[in-house]
Design a protein around this ligand. Sequence first.
Ligand code: PLP
Length: 356
Amino acid sequence: MPWLGEPSNPSSLHSEGRKARGAVDKSRETVASLLGCLFGEIHFTSSGTEAANLAIIGTALANQDKTRNRVVLGAAEHHCVLHTKSWLEKLGYQVTLVRTNQFAQILPEAYSESMGDDVLLASVMQANNELGTWNDLDTLNEVAKSHGSLFHTDCVQTFPFCGTVEELGVDLLSASSHKVYGPPGAGVLYIRAGTKISPTIVGGGQEREMRAGTENVSSIVGFATAARWCADNENLKQHKKLVRDKFAARLLSGGFIATVDVEVRTLPGHFHCRLPGVDAETVLIALDRRGVSASSGAACSSGSLEPSHVLRACGYSHEESREGLRFTFGKDTLTEDAMLAAEIALETAHEIMIKR
Ligand code: PLP
């Protein structure tokens, strides 16, 4: 909060500038310690989207000699990863999308078949933002290493509980402030020291020449503070899971179908389901009128009528891919509020079904 009102350009030599530099450095130290990496390997960006774009497009730009001319992306990645495809193709790279199982998890066999010594970079998310399911990064990264390929992982949904970069063994990792209760306007890209990567925004040389533009000090400080808070509050996960499980059990008793089997590992606060035959849009509008905020696909595209590309990747039909409902539970969600939301959802489903 104090940084919102401060004049704060960390590149300025005057005392306010030096104070701002100190605050950004301290935040960099915090994020580096959470990821178990070096201070200089942390690069702040404006968002998770920008971090993933920099990881993928920056790597492609820096390796234009094309000794490796292919990039491998998971088919159920967030659009900030998937939509780099057209850029990569413009830069002359081939892009291979890897199939997933019905829970949006990369199929190791399909991935192994897609990989080869011509692959510059593979990018697979740690956990899917729609279904909440986790990928087996260890296996996928091992395959990438065996081909000498770089590996980027989108940890926007899992940071700061993603593990250290040493445990993960990745070259590039992206995360975002507003997913850890920090303010919007900050993201981070971990770049393993020595990785060949070019900036995608040039100018004043900030962030070790990797991302030009005056740093968003208040958002960066807020990001690091919030991430540390999450990491220090392990019971956060138990709380979310408890509320989620109670909510899910109630919904499943009333016609909603869970998309993910119970034994599959999911993000603790995510519940994804469908009301078969009913467009998500219809349910979401009715829920919103009654004060329940839920979502279909990724939040950034929930205003559109497009079927979920994640559900499409899971093998659902065009129609079924419009039925996905995502309920998420956070640190402030009370069990009684979640249970009230469940009753509202059941009533809403009942009314929609009667009208059909
Ligand atoms: N990756 C995943 C898995 C996400 O869930 C999101 C946002 O929802 C992003 C990337 C994009 O992050 P940001 O909103 O910070 O651009």
